[in-house]
Design a protein around this ligand. Structure first.
Ligand code: ATP
Ligand code: MG
Length: 571
């Protein structure tokens, strides 16, 4: 298969190509995406999903969805269900033929335990009875070697006996741990006898109270990979220092003939760090718990549930991940790359429509009362084959408040007294006057229309106007709630330098508007998307929208207005 052609070449694919040339695993490519079910997935996970599932797909292999559920206190089934839904929504499958590669680390607890006994029997692990802070203190530092535990020289019989008693629940939390016996002088601190089992009397969402000892991530992960016959174990850079232990533990168990060679290979790539966004689950949880947002799926959240509700398509997220690629160096990704992928995906797909978000009434004084006529517009200007949409014109219309100015600023080509504009897909009008209330607030704008100027008729070309405004007949308009979102953070790197990311929250990132949309939008389905001309892309909210009370979320504006806006704000 010509893999490079599909998603571009990168260093991971180069390694796989080389392995395939050498027949390391024949031609087999098996990857895994291993979330811990302790929260919802975010845009950073999307990168890992696209890398792991994308590589498996392109090499004719399979990617497993594996829940790394070795931390009972923090994990819950609701997260498992949400993660499964999100992976499927992104368009990936862990199904191969009739085999479903949906796995749980907790299914391997017995096997992981047996492996630990083997390590003990072969002199590669010991029960340490130091307190946690002693273990920490004796670990040494980057410049100082660690100090051997006084329990390091226990016999294997004694270790085995104690470890079995740990499993049997004879000790409280923290009384003993099982450690790998490697080298307290290693320059890599992760190799200084890392803890591989701890006592935790805790209920696990899948195994209940069957276990009171739980394996540590660094120990469990390589074994899970080996048990599942993973070929390439792709993870983020912070695991680089763990790779020697990953290899060490698999080497010891392969010598013991628990696993066969070749062993899975860990390969690290850079995490996604997205500007104006955060990707730490802990911080995301804080936003939810402390009420800064309306839940995990708030459309302002960088969670995949939030992005979905905001109106992102799976295709746009995959396109974004393809465009940023994978590399070995950390870097910040500009949010414009994400928004550009989104617009590039939406633009050719979504139908056009009118929406008036900040309505003011326009009265066509020379248009007959109780009269109306249909106007026609393309569903999509670049795709005439998608047909036309029709909507009625009548004497009273909604237009945007900002499309009228009493005293026009320079280069304002829309409505002001004496000026002509075209009502998009309808007539040319000339503004004649306006009404105000006692406070001087404008309540309505008046105009005259030119009956021989209708768009699409031969007379239309005789009128040359600079402005073109959208409108909706008041009698036919559909009332809708429109939620306009902005970026959740005002700082491009809200999490760096231990600064308080809460201070960077944009308190004005959500505006709820009472708007009017085109009559054709009376029956919209959840997650239907539209381009409201001039305003951007919008999606029907998948939770709050009702058939008689539609709710739209703004997905993204038509252009990147942020850079100009922030310049303006500064001036
Ligand atoms: P936590 O925030 O709790 O440390 P995590 O972000 O590491 O969690 P996991 O559920 O352990 O979340 O992640 C599953 C996989 O997703 C891991 O392989 C991890 O490397 C990857 N991943 C997480 N965040 C990112 C990111 N920002 N970019 C790329 N991959 C990521
Ligand atoms: Mg993690």
């Amino acid at each position: 298969m010509s893999n490079e052609l599909i998603s571009g070449s990168n260093f991971i694919r180069n390694i796989i190509d080389e392995d395939n040339r050498n027949q390391k695993w024949g031609q087999r490519v098996e990857t895994r995406f291993p979330p811990e079910p302790n929260g919802h997935l975010h845009i950073g996970h999307a990168k890992s999903i696209c890398v792991n599932f994308g590589i498996a797909r392109d090499y004719g292999g399979i990617c497993h969805l594996r829940f790394d559920d070795t931390n009972p206190e923090k994990e819950e089934k609701k997260y498992v269900d949400a993660i499964i839904e999100t992976v499927k929504w992104l368009g990936f499958s862990y199904q191969q033929g009739d085999q479903e590669h949906l796995h749980f680390a907790s299914d391997y607890f017995e096997k992981l335990y047996q492996c630990a006994e083997i390590l003990i029997q072969r002199g590669h692990a010991y029960v340490d009875s130091q307190k946690a802070d002693q273990i920490r203190a004796n670990r040494g530092s980057l410049t100082e070697r660690g100090i051997d535990s006084p329990f390091r020289s226990r016999t294997f019989e004694e270790n085995l006996h104690l470890f079995r008693r740990m499993r049997a629940g004879e000790f409280p939390n923290g009384q003993h741990v099982l450690r790998a016996k490697i080298d307290m002088a290693s320059p890599n601190i992760n190799m200084r006898d890392p803890v591989i089992y701890r006592i935790r009397h805790a209920y696990h969402h899948r195994t209940g109270n069957s276990w009171c000892i739980y394996p540590m991530y660094a120990y469990a992960h390589p074994l899970e990979d080996a048990i599942e016959n993973i070929t390439h174990s792709l993870c983020t850079l912070e695991f680089s220092d763990q790779r020697p232990f990953y290899d060490w533990v698999l080497e010891r168990l392969t010598e013991a003939e628990v696993f066969l060679r070749p062993m899975p290979q860990q390969i690290e790539f850079a995490r996604l760090k997205l500007a104006y966004s955060i990707t730490s689950k802990r911080h995301l949880r804080q936003l939810v718990d402390e009420g800064y947002v309306d839940g995990w799926n708030d459309p302002r959240m960088p969670t995949l549930a939030g992005l979905r509700r905001r109106g992102f398509t799976p295709e746009s997220i995959r396109l974004f991940c393809d465009r940023i690629g994978v590399s070995k160096a950390d870097s910040w990704i500009d949010i414009n790359i994400l928004e550009k992928a989104l617009r590039d995906d939406l633009d050719p797909k979504v139908p056009r429509s009118f929406a008036v978000l900040d309505p003011i009434k326009l009265i066509i004084d020379n248009y007959a009362q109780n009269s109306q006529e249909d106007c026609e517009a393309p569903v999509h200007p670049q795709h005439p084959e998608r047909g036309i949409r029709t909507f009625p014109l009548s004497r009273e219309l909604w237009i945007e408040r900002e499309d009228f100015q009493v005293n026009p600023v320079k280069n304002f080509f829309r409505l002001f007294p004496g000026n002509k504009v075209r009502l998009r897909y309808a007539y040319v009008i000339e503004c004649t006057s306006f009404d105000t209330d006692i406070d001087g607030k404008i309540t309505a704008v008046h105009c005259q229309y030119f009956p021989n100027s209708k768009s699409g008729t031969p007379g239309a070309d005789n009128f040359k106007v600079k402005g073109n405004i959208h409108w909706i007949s008041t009698a036919h308009a559909v009332h809708a709630e429109v939620r306009v979102y902005d970026r959740l953070f005002t700082h491009p790197n809200p999490e760096v330098d231990e600064k308080n990311f809460l201070e960077a929250i944009n308190a004005n990132a959500k505006h709820v508007l009472q708007a009017f949309v085109e009559p054709g939008l009376t029956h919209v389905g959840k997650e239907d998307r539209f381009q409201f001309e001039r305003h951007g892309y919008f999606v029907v909210d998948r939770y709050d929208s009702q058939p008689d009370k539609p709710v739209f979320n703004r997905i993204v504006s038509l252009k990147d207005s942020w850079s100009t806006k922030s310049k303006k704000d500064k001036s």
